[in-house]
Design a protein around this ligand. Structure first.
Ligand code: MG
Length: 176
């Protein structure tokens, strides 16, 4: 098997609210994401990047925003399903690189926590997860805090420890 690369992107409108989910962490701020689920753009982009690398259906096909079961749903569930499919297909995370586009609040105080949470969800080392944030230079829609967006690229590499097929251990592996 060869390594596979995937790309994910997401954008959500912002509204007045009491916090923004990013990477599975609730960032305190006077905004929230307009969404059917918890509106975590980073986890949505991560999910799509993994699914894209696998050549599988995307997040909207697997988790329709018209389904009641996905209403208010934690986006970590979407990542966990993508990781389950990744392991089933015999891959693990090589590395992941993400860009969050957010005018406010500052992301840097939350970077370490988001990185560690994401690595935990993905079953990989923190060093293999990189996240950076950019403002929108006060230009709409990002820079006027009308929207938040994320871009993610991920490299999946074959995992020799995973037996491909129905016997695959689909549990998420937790590394220190
Ligand atoms: Mg989304």
């Amino acid at each position: 098997m060869n390594a596979r690369i995937g790309l994910g992107n997401d954008l959500h409108r912002l509204q007045a609210g009491d916090g923004l989910w990013l990477g599975g962490v609730l960032i305190p701020c006077p905004f929230s994401s307009v969404a059917h689920s918890d509106g975590d753009v980073l986890l949505h982009a991560v999910t799509d990047a993994i699914l894209g690398a696998l050549g599988r259906d995307d997040i909207g096909q697997l988790f329709p925003d018209t389904a009641d079961e996905n209403k208010g749903r934690a986006s970590a569930d979407f990542v966990k399903e993508a990781v389950r499919l990744m392991r089933k297909d015999g891959y693990r995370i090589g590395n992941l690189d993400a860009v969050i586009q957010l005018q406010a609040p500052k992301f840097s105080p939350h970077k370490k926590e988001v990185r560690e949470n994401l690595a935990h969800l993905l079953g990989c080392y923190g060093k293999d997860v990189n996240i950076k944030a950019k403002t929108g230079e006060k230009l709409p829609p990002i820079g006027t805090s009308e929207a938040v967006a994320a871009d993610v690229v991920v490299l999946l590499i074959p995992d020799a420890s995973i037996q491909n097929g129905s016997d695959a251990d689909e549990s998420v592996r937790i590394l220190p």
